[in-house]
Design a protein. Structure first.
Length: 240
């Protein structure tokens, strides 16, 4: 007996089948490190324009750096704010937010986590006054900052969600200073200063999301030594 047409032809699967949801007992924890492929997959999923990605990333980190210097915040706050800004951009498309508000929310969140508390109005006021002469600067209580302050407070929750509520922070500058001393160099030496500057510039990239603090510290010190044509034998020593 020959098979019928219904038996020989497989049933067509509907195109709009919903993906299988995870099991209710499934618990997803935050990943301290990610791969470059994960970064690219996130940008592909959010539809980020590759031509604008570098510009938005650098502008946001530059804004954070300028404001934290004006507020006299420590480097650890800058590190944490940069991490939150990067993780936020991996989840949310650029057309959903203004990069300045995202950077301000990242800095506001980092101030809480690093116990260097600043109000959202203080951050906005500082950024606004950076572009004005002293005679025209405003106070943090000015009504002009009211709406933007509320936006930053609302973005704070999204910052924490984007990071997976991961409060583990890494600061390679501490390890870098120890390595500099182990190599017989002073922290104020030319190699030490250049290495420290490189460690700050690393946060303009996604390297802190992909590498450990020790790896970044070693890389900064070796790169500084090679740029200044200093011997790097001590850096590769097994004693370190």
């Amino acid at each position: 007996m020959s098979p019928t047409a219904k038996e020989s032809t497989p049933e067509a699967q509907p195109a709009d089948v919903a993906p299988v949801a995870p099991h209710p007992s499934f618990i997803q924890v935050a990943n301290p490190y990610i791969f470059e492929k994960t970064v690219q997959d996130c940008f592909a999923a959010t539809g980020v324009n590759p031509l604008r990605e570098d510009s938005n990333r650098l502008q946001g980190i530059t804004w954070i750096d300028n404001v934290r210097k004006a507020l006299h915040l420590p480097v650890r706050t800058f590190n944490t704010a940069s991490i939150y800004y990067h993780k936020f951009r991996l989840v949310h498309p650029d057309n959903e937010y203004n990069y300045i508000e995202a950077a301000a929310a990242a800095l506001f969140t980092a101030c809480k986590i690093e116990d260097t508390l600043k109000k959202s109005r203080d951050i906005l006021c500082c950024s606004y006054n950076l572009k004005l002469p002293p005679t025209e600067q405003l106070s943090a209580d000015d009504p002009i900052f009211e709406s933007h302050s509320r936006s930053i407070i609302g973005l704070e929750r999204l910052m924490l969600e984007s990071s997976g509520f991961d409060f583990r922070n890494r600061h390679p500058q501490k390890i870098l200073m120890k390595l500099t001393r182990q190599c017989g160099l002073d922290k104020d030496s030319k190699v030490g200063r250049v290495a420290y500057t490189i460690s700050l510039d690393l946060y303009r990239t996604f390297a802190p999301l992909k590498q450990t603090s020790a790896t970044m510290a070693f890389a900064c010190l070796e790169l500084a030594a090679r740029l200044l044509e200093e011997p790097v034998g001590k850096i590769h020593s097994e004693e370190i």
